[in-house]
Ligand binder design. Structure first.
Ligand SMILES: NC(=O)C1=CN([C@@H]2O[C@H](COP(=O)(O)OP(=O)(O)OC[C@H]3O[C@@H](n4cnc5c(N)ncnc54)[C@H](O)[C@@H]3O)[C@@H](O)[C@H]2O)C=CC1
Ligand SMILES: O=CCc1c[nH]c2ccccc12
Length: 295
């Protein structure tokens, strides 16, 4: 499929770097439950397809066990390293540098663009969270990553590390869609200049259907001649939230890029927010956070 001539904007982060406004994830559709050394060629091909279509923001994690596949796709994808934005995540252990060095080896790069603490849950005290954040600052200082950030942090976790942080997290990657808007958390992000990246951005039009947004999304798809998925992605972008999606289907990946070709009006964003707030859905980490927690 030919690469579309679409310009994908970037979001300026609090450390002066820029993050492309749409990410391709190697988690949900691709993570391995078994032997990490068993290479998944389909994952490599899908990431190469995404790169070929114009996706430059590539999201990985040590726990997905797909960093080797991601690294191979990056090496063979035909796009220079410096044009890509590579993200990976520490699983939530205490050997931040050891983990990151292992990830860099699998990714076949000297430095990632962004390294995230995947989850705050294994760290049981404020002190443990603060220590991990200090170790994140150290790997940034050592040049192993350009930016550092967190994922799945709720207000209490962010407030804990902010008490001692020398570097404010560049972003917090959270589940975010119209049925999980976390207003209080986003307010805290705004106060500290922390960017929000959204995983599960399509949830309202996939896993959480039927819902109160269905009719309104149908109307918007007609108005903009795009799919509900692209409306969902654009709703994030119009609020300066960077969505991370995934698919093994080339046509879907190509279509998703159309989210950069139109803009919702402020009234439309507000209406999606209002309708979205009438339903709650959380699809990830429910075994720890609880399905009904809205923070
Ligand atoms: N930091 C974290 O804890 C987490 C990070 N992530 C990251 O975010 C990435 C994307 O997360 P997702 O939840 O997959 O994002 P998403 O909400 O964009 O969903 C993408 C999934 O929806 C499916 N889909 C698309 N259109 C559909 C349709 N019409 N009907 C049914 N299914 C449809 C796709 O096949 C794909 O599997 C992951 O690969 C991972 O990199 C994901 C979950 C947790
Ligand atoms: O990061 C996304 C969701 C997730 C949580 N735990 C695991 C383990 C393996 C793959 C994905 C995930």
């Amino acid at each position: 499929m030919a690469k579309l001539d679409i310009f994908m904007p970037s979001l300026k982060l609090n450390d002066g770097t820029s993050m492309p406004m749409l990410g391709y994830g190697t988690g949900t559709a691709w993570y391995k439950t078994g032997d990490e050394s068993k290479i998944d060629q389909a994952c490599i091909d899908a990431v190469k397809t995404a790169i070929g279509l114009g996706y430059t923001h590539l999201d990985g994690a040590e726990i997905y066990k797909t960093e080797t596949e991601l690294g191979t796709a990056i090496k063979d994808g035909g796009v220079p390293r410096e044009k890509l934005y590579i993200v990976t995540k520490n699983p939530g252990n205490t050997d931040i540098e050891g983990s990151l060095r292992g990830s860099l080896k699998k990714l076949q790069v000297d430095q990632v663009d962004l390294y995230l603490v995947h989850q705050p849950f294994p760290y049981e005290t404020e002190g443990a969270l603060q220590k991990v954040w200090a170790d994140m600052e150290a790997v940034q200082q050592a040049g192993l990553t350009k930016s550092i950030g967190v994922s799945n942090f709720q207000p209490q976790h962010l407030n804990a590390i902010l008490k001692t942080a020398k570097v404010i997290p560049a972003c917090n990657q959270i589940e975010f869609h119209p049925y999980l808007q976390h207003p209080e958390l986003l307010e805290l992000h705004k106060k500290h200049g922390i960017a929000t990246t959204a995983y599960g951005p399509l949830s309202a039009v996939t896993k959480a259907k039927p819902g109160p947004l269905d009719d309104y999304f149908a109307a918007l798809t007609k108005k903009y001649a795009v799919s509900e998925a692209e409306i969902s992605l654009r709703w994030c972008i119009d609020q300066d939230v960077v969505p991370i999606t995934t698919s093994s289907k080339e046509q879907r990946l190509s279509d998703y890029l159309r989210c950069a070709t139109f803009k919702l009006t402020p009234v439309e964003v507000k209406k999606i927010n209002e309708l979205g707030q009438t339903k709650h859905f959380r699809g990830f980490w429910t075994h720890i956070i609880g399905e009904n927690d809205r923070t």
